[in-house]
Design a protein around this ligand. Sequence first.
Ligand SMILES: C[S@@+](CC[C@H](N)C(=O)[O-])C[C@H]1O[C@@H](n2cnc3c(N)ncnc32)[C@H](O)[C@@H]1O
Length: 188
Amino acid sequence: MHDDTEVAVLRLGHRPGRDDRMTTHVGLTARALGADRVLFPDNAGQSLETVADITDRFGGPFEAELIEGPQGIIRNWEGKVVHLTMYGERVQDVADDIRAAHADAGESLLLVVGSEKVPFDVYEEADWNVGVTNQPHSEVAGLAVFLDRLFEGRELEREWVDADRHVIPMETGKRVEATEDESASDAE
Ligand SMILES: C[S@@+](CC[C@H](N)C(=O)[O-])C[C@H]1O[C@@H](n2cnc3c(N)ncnc32)[C@H](O)[C@@H]1O
């Protein structure tokens, strides 16, 4: 939770229309893979609603917020800032140091992912600029791999709180059960 040590994801920049799905998927990926909170630009209200709705239905804890002045948040972050960029140091070389800062030294992490061109200030203000490969790909893919490296796979075992439904893993087919009354239903 963010009154203690946390992992927060900052989506830097959002082009309404063009980025709607990507921004939403940054939030959903942050939630599913163990971050505590996502910070969206203030023009990404639609993504906030989708992430909040998924959290209501499938559980948390997870918070999504709209923010103004993302560069001020980066500058004033109390903890360490990790900027994901294809130009950065290799994730396999720096993940241990970042994990130690978070898990051992108790530093909150702000993980910054871009959309369009990222201002150079962000590269300078980050404690680590990290490349998930040094090839161009996607903020969603970069975030997913980074979180899995940070948590070393433990995020996959996470229990969800206050879910009103959960998925029953199946070899074939789709099954969702209500958490409260255990009544079963087929997924849509
Ligand atoms: C589509 S890219 C655009 C990047 C943009 N050309 C720039 O100057 O930063 C959007 C975001 O995806 C993430 N990203 C893309 N490739 C990455 C990689 N290889 N490693 C880490 N993050 C990456 C970065 O956060 C980047 O800001």
